[in-house]
Design a protein around this ligand. Sequence first.
Ligand code: MTE
Length: 323
Amino acid sequence: MLIKQASDIRSSEITDKKVYLNRREFIRAAAITGAAAGLLGAEALAPVSAAAKGAPHGRKLATIKKGFALNAPDKVNAWEDITSYNNYYEFGSDKSDPAEMARNFKTEPWTVTIDGECNKKGVMNLEDVLKGETLEERVYRHRCVEAWSMIIPWVGFPLANFIKRCEPTSKAKYVEFYTLYDPKQMPGTRVPVLRWPYVEGLRMDEAMHPLTILVAGLYDEVLPNQDGAPLRLAVPWKYGFKHIKSIVKVRFVERQPLNTWQQQAPDEYGFYANVNPGVDHPRWSQNTERRIGEFLRRKTVMFNGYGDQVASLYTGLDLRRNY
Ligand code: MTE
């Protein structure tokens, strides 16, 4: 993220070569086999990956409530896109690194520590975090601060459910999240590209918002390692760096947390990180985005298109200063 200049972000990088080649193969296959099925024409030529789901790992989730697709009418990205083009610096800083380097990452057993201003401090097994929750598919827009985007069918449950179980006290104004820091398993953390562990935070009302979910799956499968297994955050109106992966600690705090990218470059990355085409990154415009799988750039929409649901959280807040 920080390391690249805007001018360095070439289209060849934005759509990684393997994905691009796979897509070309898919289009070629569609042209050959799809003609009879009426696939040819604009649809068949469109380099959008909705038709192919790729090769999931086969660890299916048991029960999922289907069909929640709030504000995401666009084509869903293929498994292959979502699992081969990742930001997860603990496993390397190239988009293709996490798929490779996180292959043997151990996500079982997994615990989440609950700490800070709440009545239920302690350590919870992942199974207990998930216990009693209905896993639901949420097709969300995902907009990275680097000006690319995807449409992703996350499977998860409202973070609010988990927070209520922790019984935060009246002093809890923010929630802070921590990723696992394990240099043995995470080669990226052996170099000080970021200050480890990766930390993120949300204001309590953002964390309690029904759109904010804890994610445990992708499509109908267990979340792949490179996407933040076994538990990550999705906050669809915020830039991707708020979507912290592989969460091991949740802490309720009184003061606004200092999130990792803000520590790293406070003039470039803020605490709020709301998708906002009106506030450019100092080194590139946030006005447009490249949807992975498409050739033409799209206009970026305020709050990533979730304004009707979330704009009221920021009434009276200067979103140019609080970027
Ligand atoms: N979480 C951790 N622990 N480490 C990271 O490097 N990268 C963030 C976010 N969460 C990151 C992280 C960024 S910059 C983005 S855009 C999203 O993860 C990418 O999520 P994805 O790979 O599932 O698309």
